[in-house]
Design a protein. Sequence first.
Length: 213
Amino acid sequence: MEMAGEVSEKPQAIKVAAICGSLRKASYNRGLIRAAMEMSKEEMEGVIMEYVEISSLPMMNADLEVEGAYPPEVEAFRRKILEADSLLFASPDYNYSITPLKNALDWGSRPPNVWAGKTAAAVSAVGGGRRAQFHLRQIGVFLHLHFINKPEFYLNAHRPPGKFNADNGDLLDLDTKNKLKELLLSLQAFTLTLLPLPPPHQSTLFNCTTRRS
Ligand SMILES: Cc1cc2nc3c(=O)[nH]c(=O)nc-3n(C[C@H](O)[C@H](O)[C@H](O)COP(=O)(O)O)c2cc1C
């Protein structure tokens, strides 16, 4: 039991919402997220990761916003992001961009912007994902997301030797798992340096729609 005045050596637990930018059933990027979730549960202390699905979100359409309320799927999604301290994005490259992910980012950016002040990391299962990550980071500037810069993480999943199970997207390669763990440790450390500012306060401060010029 902790005595008065004693400082716990356990790091404060951080909540990470993990989002996959591919809707494909056997997505390699979702395989990366599954591996990260397993790792954070089995091998790490102080990282609670939850997968947040984006496939049921409607396409961004401001007509669906009625008297300040969003469709139920959007409300549920926004609540999950608000509850998180940090984001893990796993996205393929779709012609240099992040098609389904952008839709989710847009819904979250509606007032109040639920991304504001949170930390983030990006991983990609394909080499082209580097370009997609640049685009994601660029969008993150306006959403007031704080990305870690290192380590960079992208793979060439379609080149042999295979690192994934092609039938279900499970990550098989041990070296890649170790690299993924390094990234999670970096995200955890960075998040702990920023945590003292409570996210709801920041969300009010950095409301995208009121800052648009
Ligand atoms: C419409 C479309 C565009 C794509 N554009 C690129 C690209 O520009 N660069 C690239 O490396 N891969 C590109 N790909 C390939 C995907 O990144 C690749 O199939 C990846 O494995 C998909 O991720 P997933 O396995 O998580 O579903 C594209 C795929 C689709 C369907």
